[in-house]
Ligand binder design. Structure first.
Ligand code: MG
Length: 334
């Protein structure tokens, strides 16, 4: 199978600020394997960039064989050869699934034995800003049923309060490890009055003792995201959280995400499906698994101004998968 790739530059509608970084333009890599398409959404935090993705693709592109239905074998061979580089691997995985769906003339969710018709209610992320501007951003996105408010900085309780003042919708918060353990317990107590659905990544994932204390104390469920990459990482967080956030760009694609969902369930954990800033290609790939999870945070394509692809429909905060074969995405000008 022939693999080609090109980079895309996704422009954020608003500078996207989280506790450790701010993004204005996100450089991703689109991968085509025959007529299959996938997307790498590399994150510097995990040691990846468009350049490392391309290096990885160059190393494996001549070793894909000729049968996408050998996906287990293809991806495990790549894993043996190359460690990490999960967003690059995810792009290959997505393109293989898209190709399989197109060959069988069915959507990927059907190929996976999943329901593609359930309403996929996604949260919409409000990046860190002044409380006033966060109010404005929430009002701008008033059709959403859930907001995810980025916290993990000084005065963040004021920000959540500001968002709560302009909406009755569900609010989740994500500190992106911006708090320490003592601060997290205090802030989680303060957040209770704002009706928070869950707290994502309150502290450094390496602080296991801190996480255990927070979970024991917190009335609000705790979700782990940072540094929890693949199914192998799940057991060490059992007892330290209520659920995990799976992202295709962190785990290496749909195949590993499925494995993670099963491992998480076996440990009694809730499952959230998240994303990076990415186009409709990466979001449509993740959304195929939507019926299997408890919480969806698939708004990466909604945060950008120049999505080059389309395929998913959004209506009043709910995503609807396309019935077209594969991932159901096409370039916008087609
Ligand atoms: Mg997160």
């Amino acid at each position: 199978m022939h693999l080609t790739y090109h980079t895309i530059e996704l422009e954020l509608k608003h500078p996207f600020r989280i506790s450790r970084s701010v993004t204005e333009v996100k450089k991703n890599v689109i991968v085509n394997i025959e007529e299959g398409i996938g997307e790498a959404a590399p994150s510097q935090y995990y040691g990846e960039s468009a350049e490392t993705v391309i290096e990885c693709l160059e190393r494996v592109k001549d070793q894909l064989g000729d049968d996408p239905f050998q996906i287990e074998f293809i991806l495990s061979s790549i894993d043996k050869k190359i460690a990490g580089n999960f967003s690059a691997k995810a792009a290959i995985d997505m393109a293989l699934y898209d190709l399989m769906g197109k060959k069988l003339n069915i959507p990927v969710y059907k190929l996976l034995g999943l329901d593609g018709k359930v309403p996929l209610v996604t949260s919409y992320t409000i990046g860190i800003d002044t409380p006033e501007r966060m109010k404005e951003k929430t009002k701008e996105a008033k059709d959403f049923l859930i907001y995810k408010v980025k916290v993990g900085v000084k005065d963040d309780i004021e920000m959540v309060k500001a968002v709560r003042e302009v909406t009755d919708a569900k609010i989740r918060v994500d500190a992106n490890a911006g708090w320490n353990a003592e601060e997290a317990s205090r802030k989680i107590d303060q957040l209770e009055e704002y009706g928070i659905e869950f707290v994502e990544q309150p502290i450094d994932p390496k602080d296991k003792l801190g996480l255990r204390k927070i979970k024991e104390r917190s009335e609000i469920p705790i979700i782990i995201d940072e540094q929890l990459m693949t199914s192998k990482d799940i057991p060490e967080f059992v007892g330290l959280c209520d659920g995990i956030n799976i992202k295709l760009a962190k785990c290496g694609g749909i195949l590993e995400a499925l494995r993670m969902i099963h491992v998480a369930r076996a440990h009694g954990l809730k499952v959230m499906l998240g994303c990076m800033v990415e186009s409709s290609v990466g979001i449509a790939a993740a959304a195929q698994l939507g019926s299997l999870v408890d919480f969806l945070d698939l708004d990466g394509n909604l945060l950008i101004d120049n999505d080059p692809y389309e395929g998913l429909k959004l209506n009043k905060g709910k995503l609807f998968l396309s019935d077209s074969p594969g991932l159901g995405v096409v370039p916008k000008d087609q």
